[in-house]
Ligand binder design. Structure first.
Ligand code: ADP
Length: 507
């Protein structure tokens, strides 16, 4: 598994939650899983018990050879993590960029990361059946496996899976950087990684991976359309036979009100009493007045990015405030949203609390203390917070897109079924209509309790998703074996590459 972030070592969003949980679930199913990620700072030495296992491993980046140290630590007793250490690339305040924008050298940082991840396999004597890559930061790995690994190389029989956690982040860079990838010149083409005159890591992965997945069935359909494909819809349609949707799971060891260590009182579906205490604790923590105990309290925990629907939230804010409710927002991200949310909190200090930081503890307190949780996302590949909310009896109000569509069935008052509230059109009126429905039902205590309990009974644990991944791994590896384990370029032709051809590929 190659990840650019893995909880608890480094996290900006849901990707890290998957990185910290899916390997464990697979390991429980009997897979031997090893993770590769960057060594961001010395924190991992303490946290993962990481020690250097390989020193000065040479990794090529363009014409440079970069000496690399590999550290090995543990995610738990069974899953090892290799950390790639090169401080000038990874020892920074943020993972990918500051609130003002991406780091200028992300191309070098993650091209190097992909190369190093492959180089470390022979160095630590680990020959994986399949390398499972996640998002653009590891997107070049399938391309390297396909175009640079020769039939007799250490990784010749290794298959690749690429998971799209968010198609909006593609790793796009200027064409002039292409030679530094070391990929064959012909790969800078329409059926390679060329994209609107530049290069694109996700496109490289889509074209080259043996199998592609994305994090919900609905999103796997959506990304093949113009509305959601971020210009990769055509390429995805072409490769749709190898595209699958597998919903992310929840790590209930971390996210469970029955034993959550961060919240004021534990509670369960059978005994909801503690939730009251959690609401009071949340109001006190974010310094909202306690009179809001009698009003609906709505929570938001989110990266502050365009996709998350903050423009819709701003558009309905006056209606929200007229209804007299509390809003606790935790988020960090783009500057423009910091400004917008700060202004809202200043305007309604008695009703809106905004915390612009990354705070794991407060995220748990919001899940437990809020009555409702908002995710009006423009698009949402899977979304985890709505699933956390369900377990905490915090009723989600979501836009019907991606994983939100797949996990949140709307409440049906006639049947008493359903777990939340949904709207379809990305319009303030539709968002408000859905929220209004929730607010109106909130005062009907019995019905509201039913909705909470319906949600708390849902089970999105990793096990079933991990089983689906395992099935796909087995199928992909078997197909690769049938094709003779030779690089995908040659698969099906039965031809072996000559040394000359390989040289040309590398040139
Ligand atoms: P995305 O991956 O798009 O950010 P997800 O809903 O899949 O969205 O996952 C978000 C994860 O990041 C959740 O675990 C959420 O609790 C966490 N998170 C997001 N922002 C913050 C924050 N400011 N503080 C703490 N946790 C956060």
């Amino acid at each position: 598994m190659v990840f650019s972030e893995v909880a608890p070592f480094a996290k900006t969003g849901g990707l890290a939650d998957v990185g910290g949980a899916l390997p464990l679930a697979l390991s429980n199913l009997g897979c031997q899983v090893r993770i590769v990620m960057p060594f961001y700072n010395r924190f991992v030495e303490e946290f993962a018990g990481a020690d250097p296992v390989v020193e000065n491993l040479p990794v090529e980046l363009g014409s440079q050879v970069i000496n690399t140290d590999i550290y090995r630590g543990q995610l738990n007793d069974t899953v090892e993590v290799y950390f790639i250490r090169r401080d000038e690339f990874f020892d920074r305040t943020y993972l990918y960029g500051t609130p003002k924008g991406d780091y200028f050298d992300n191309f070098q940082r993650f091209t190097y990361f992909c190369k190093a991840a492959l180089s470390l396999c022979p160095a630590v004597q680990f020959q994986p059946d399949i390398i499972h890559c996640h998002d653009w930061q590891s997107g070049l790995i399938p391309a390297y496996l396909k175009h640079l690994v020769a039939a007799e190389d250490y990784l010749a029989a290794t298959a690749s899976m690429f998971t799209i956690h968010n198609i909006a982040y593609q790793g796009q860079f200027a064409a002039k950087l292409f030679p530094q990838t070391g990929l064959p010149g012909r790969f800078f083409s329409m059926d390679g990684m060329e994209f609107w005159g530049g290069i694109n890591f996700v496109k490289a992965a889509i074209v080259c991976a043996d199998v592609i997945t994305t994090v919900s069935p609905r999103y796997s359909e959506e990304i093949q359309t113009k509305e959601y494909g971020h210009k990769l819809e055509g390429v995805l349609q072409m490769h749709r036979r190898k595209l699958h949707g597998i919903i992310n799971g929840v790590n209930y060891e971390e996210w469970n009100p029955e034993n959550d260590r961060y919240i004021a009182a534990n509670y369960s579906r059978e005994n909801l009493e503690g939730k009251h205490m959690c609401k009071l604790d949340l109001l006190r923590t974010v310094k909202l007045p306690e009179r809001l105990m009698n009003r609906p309290l709505i929570g938001v925990v989110s990266r502050l990015a365009d996709q998350k629907g903050f423009d819709l939230l701003a558009a309905v804010m006056d209606k929200f405030m007229a209804y007299d409710l509390g809003l606790a927002i935790l988020g960090v991200g783009e500057d423009k949203y910091h400004t917008m949310l700060t202004a809202l909190a200043e305007r309604y200090p008695e009703k809106i609390a905004v915390r612009l930081e990354f705070d794991e503890r407060l995220a748990h307190k919001i899940e437990a203390g809020a009555d409702m949780f908002l995710m009006p996302s423009q698009y949402e590949p899977c979304g985890l917070n709505q699933m956390y909310s369900l377990r905490y009896g915090t009723v989600p109000i979501v836009r019907a897109t991606g994983g939100l569509y797949d996990t949140i069935t709307p409440f049906n008052p006639t049947k008493g079924e359903g777990v939340g509230f949904r709207f379809t059109n990305y319009k303030p009126e539709s968002f408000w209509d859905a929220t209004k429905k929730a607010l109106d039902l909130f005062s009907q205590t019995e019905t509201w309790r039913q909705i909470m309990k319906n949600g708390m009974a849902m089970d999105f644990s990793w096990q079933s998703s991990a089983q689906q991944y395992l099935k796909l791994y087995e199928k992909t590896v078997a197909e690769k074996k049938r094709a003779g384990g030779s690089p995908a370029t040659e698969r099906g032709t039965g031809k072996k590459k000559t040394g000359d051809a390989r040289q040309r590929d590398k040139a």
